[in-house]
Design a protein around this ligand. Structure first.
Ligand code: TNX
Length: 540
């Protein structure tokens, strides 16, 4: 089907629905699927609807049944199929669908049956997310809605993502977010067919993960005595209230398992060699000076970075070793951004090491530092991810580069042979203001309205197709300097994350801002039912 035909069909669905009793569009999916053919009739979900699934898809089927239970009051039975009886909701693995990849699926709804087919479990899981969106928005509610008729329009969908990395980052270092907030966020990512969550676990203002070998990282490093009020330049003082919090290793295991079931990959980030003050406050021997540091109470780039002593490299590798036990995923983020090298310039040890290695500039030492971590990670079968600054010291081959200072770092990185995740501040910094309304809650600055997020194309025009194949995808950043609560986190994330979900899933040729906006109005009813504190759209 051509994009124009699909657009016409969706417009038609909108029109049909708006003439009926219910004003909302009949089919209103975010992200928009690759192919959708609407048919006549509906499948009605009832208390006796059975869900049958191939054994590998039982977990997805169970999650579906659990998701449908609260609003409908139905406890749908899930089982492996006994014989070839059609009817109900059927989840099936199908080797013939390999062309759609591991995350692709086909969904066929007739009055008798909902048939989900996929090459692999992630695809079947995404089909169940589509299915939920085809039901009335109240399906997302935790409260029972006895009066609603749970119908699904008959249709056929074939779908698969444009990119493999569809992510978000939550900075839990600047403001700690409770485990429950992270679990809810993982559900929200999955609903939007997003598959990656980077946890920014350490920074100058806090260390948020238990490391058994180095307990002071959390005993000392997870608490700051107070926090800067307003922006630094306003000099409005400090709030006088301690802020703290961290995830125990048991918490992390729970988060990882919760995410695994929902096909969300966790990417842990331990910042080095900069953004290290909370760690140095905990273990002063990691720093370059004898100054006694506290966990930072202000924002911005700090000059206190890790020293380059062999004992510090070993310390950080020991931290990574514990991290690898907890996070089974391929990608481990080591930061690498915003590293003022002044302290290395005045450190006799750093200068001696530079002479020994024949380095002329501190940036080479930065490259060496990242290289040491890369050796450690690759020898354990993992891949290092770093912010685009790691290119400056010569990023190690095989490292993934996250382009945050616009997309130019990403372009340079793919040309140097790296895989790239686009996370540019120009399109994906969800800590920036989303409107110029003076009543908008305090944010870090910038301006990133919904429409601009939607406009983003993660593949810059100047790339050849071969280079473009190294763009793994894109990620939305929730830096939390000015996001003190879970509520504010949701306000900054939504609806911009819904726009990003379509950016990374839907083929570029099918994207259309006005169509998205029409679907979004309906989608916000879902977020309301999910009790997400999203930012409302401007009135029309
Ligand atoms: C830059 S993005 C940073 C973060 C800040 C963010 C605020 C990056 C790699 N470094 O430490 O939180 O700006 O927008």
């Amino acid at each position: 089907m051509k994009p124009s035909e699909l657009g016409a069909m969706l417009a038609c669905a909108l029109l049909l629905a708006s003439c009926g009793r219910r004003p909302e569009p009949a089919v209103s999916l975010i992200p928009l699927p690759v192919r959708l053919e609407l048919q006549r009739g509906v499948f009605e979900l009832r208390a006796d609807t059975a869900i049958t699934a191939d054994s590998a898809l039982i977990p997805a089927a169970r999650l579906l049944a659990a998701a449908l239970a609260p609003a409908t009051g139905f406890s749908l039975l899930v089982s492996e199929p006994a014989g070839e009886r059609a009817g109900g909701i059927r989840l099936q693995l199908d080797a013939a669908l390999e062309r759609l990849g591991r995350e692709g699926y086909s969904l066929a709804v007739t009055p008798q049956q909902v048939l989900i087919r996929a090459f692999a479990p992630p695809g079947a899981f995404y089909a169940t997310q589509t299915l939920r969106q085809l039901l009335p928005p109240a399906i997302y509610s935790k409260q029972p809605h006895p009066g609603v008729s749970w119908t699904i329009p008959c249709l056929r969908i074939e779908d698969q993502p444009r990119f493999a990395w569809r992510g978000a980052l939550i900075d839990v270092a600047r403001h700690f977010m409770p485990k429950e907030t992270i679990l809810k966020f993982i559900d929200l990512l999955a609903i939007h067919k997003m598959n990656s969550l980077q946890l920014h676990l350490t920074d100058d203002q806090g260390w948020r993960i238990e490391i058994k070998r180095y307990p002071k990282l959390t005993e000392i490093g997870s608490i700051r005595k107070e926090t800067r009020v307003g922006h630094e330049r306003e000099a409005r003082g400090f709030d006088g209230k301690p802020h703290g919090g961290y995830y125990s290793q048991a918490d992390i295991r729970e988060i990882v398992e919760y995410a695994r079931l929902r096909h969300v990959r966790l990417v842990p980030e331990i910042e080095m060699p900069g953004h290290a003050q909370a760690a140095i406050a905990s273990y002063p021997e990691l720093g370059n000076t004898r100054e006694r540091l506290e966990v930072s109470t202000r924002w911005g780039v700090h000059k206190n970075i890790f020293n380059v002593n062999e004992s510090t490299i070993e310390f950080l590798q020991n931290v990574l070793a514990e991290l690898l036990e907890l996070f089974p995923g391929e990608f481990i983020h080591i930061g690498g951004d915003e590293v003022p090298t002044d302290q290395w310039k005045s450190s006799p040890q750093a200068q001696a090491l530079m002479r020994k290695l024949g380095f002329k500039s501190e940036i080479e030492l930065h490259g060496w530092f990242i290289g040491r971590m890369n050796e450690f990670l690759t020898s354990r079968g993992r891949r290092l991810v770093g912010w685009d600054e790691i290119l400056e010291g010569g990023a190690p081959a095989g490292a993934v580069v996250m382009s945050w200072r616009g997309t130019k770092g990403g372009v340079a990185a793919v040309r140097a042979g790296h895989d790239v995740v686009m996370a540019p501040n120009t399109y994906t910094y969800f800590d920036y203001y989303q409107s110029r309304d003076p009543g908008e809650p305090l944010a870090i600055g910038g301006f990133l309205p919904l429409e601009k997020v939607y406009e983003f194309n993660p593949v810059p025009a100047e790339l050849t197709p071969e280079e473009a194949s190294r763009i793994l995808g894109a990620q939305g950043q929730l830096w939390t300097e000015y996001i003190p609560t879970p509520q504010q986190l949701e306000y900054m994330a939504f609806p911009r994350l819904a726009a990003l979900a379509e950016v990374v899933w839907t083929p570029q040729a099918l994207r259309d801002w006005h169509g998205f906006l029409a679907r979004l109005r309906h989608h916000l009813e879902r977020l309301k039912a999910l009790e997400v504190h999203f930012r409302p759209l401007e009135p029309k």
